[in-house]
Design a protein around this ligand. Structure first.
Ligand code: ATP
Length: 255
């Protein structure tokens, strides 16, 4: 494993009509880390994650994931990443097991059955193995998406607001597995409003606001830069409120 960052974003811009959803965002995330992408509503978190997965095209800028340029080599990136959106779009007419089978085929995972059974067990989904996606609860749908994400052992995992809808056991499992994946060398980027999650498992912090990156660095560096802050929540508010005081509260817009 070399020292190249797992995720490298340079001057990323995404323009929607008058709204700059991403307005020159730059940050990088080392390999083997759990990083948090945090920021108020509309900060550009989902936009950034979707661009990193190759789902949306940047207006400009460069995005590298697992050593590949997302624009130039999207297939190489897609082979190596998993993305769990906050409201996963499942195949409504496939069962839970058929989802896992499909992912195993798409990513050429050999002998996937054992790993798939274990994931279902861990996520307490074994009893829903033959249930159609259309008949699952919201939390169960998220669990299916998480199982699919883990099944092909990706180098980089993106989670967008992963805890919404999960029960406490699943939250604990997800936090534990994210940390384990990072210890094994994978990189996890998780967007969340829940600073307690960030505090628990994230070593790295990227703070976005109005399409701009206000801070990127280790949690330790963030705390060091804000010595008066009692908690990560305080650090977050100090970073975002300082930016508002200096730049005003207007979202980034083109003239
Ligand atoms: P939240 O915490 O509310 O999920 P977010 O940080 O994920 O917010 P984004 O979804 O990335 O924010 O949105 C950033 C900005 O871009 C917002 O102002 C949003 O309205 C705008 N935006 C996002 N997608 C589109 C789109 N498809 N068309 C137009 N504007 C969009």
């Amino acid at each position: 494993m070399d020292d190249a960052p797992a995720i490298d974003v340079r001057d990323f811009r995404k323009q929607y009509d008058q709204t700059a959803a991403a307005d020159g965002i730059s940050f990088s995330l080392p390999q083997g880390t759990v990083g948090a992408l945090i920021g108020p509503n509309g900060a550009g978190k989902t936009t950034t994650i979707r661009a990193l997965c190759g789902i949306i095209r940047p207006t400009s800028g460069s995005l590298q994931v697992a050593g590949f340029d997302v624009q130039q080599e999207p297939l190489q990136v897609k082979k190596r990443v998993a993305y769990v959106p906050d409201d996963p779009p499942l195949f409504e007419t496939l069962t839970v097991w058929e989802h896992l089978h499909f992912i195993a085929s798409a990513y050429a995972v050999p002998d996937f059955e054992q790993a798939a059974l274990q994931l279902l067990e861990e996520l307490q989904l074994s009893h829903k193995r033959e249930t159609l996606a259309s008949e699952l609860s919201r939390g169960m749908r998220q669990k299916v998406a998480i199982a699919c994400a883990y099944l092909h052992d990706p180098q980089v995992l993106f989670f967008d607001e992963p805890l919404t809808g999960l029960d406490p056991a699943a939250i604990r499992l997800l936090k534990q597995t994210m940390t384990e994946k990072a210890a094994q060398g994978a990189t996890v980027l998780v967007s969340s409003h829940l600073l307690a999650l960030v505090e628990d498992i994230c070593k790295y912090l990227i703070v976005l606001q109005s399409g701009k990156c206000l801070f990127s660095g280790s949690v330790q560096q963030a705390r060091h830069a804000h010595p008066a802050a009692q908690s990560l929540e305080d650090v977050f508010f100090q970073i975002t409120e300082t930016a508002i005081e200096t730049a005003g509260d207007e979202p980034a817009r083109v003239p």
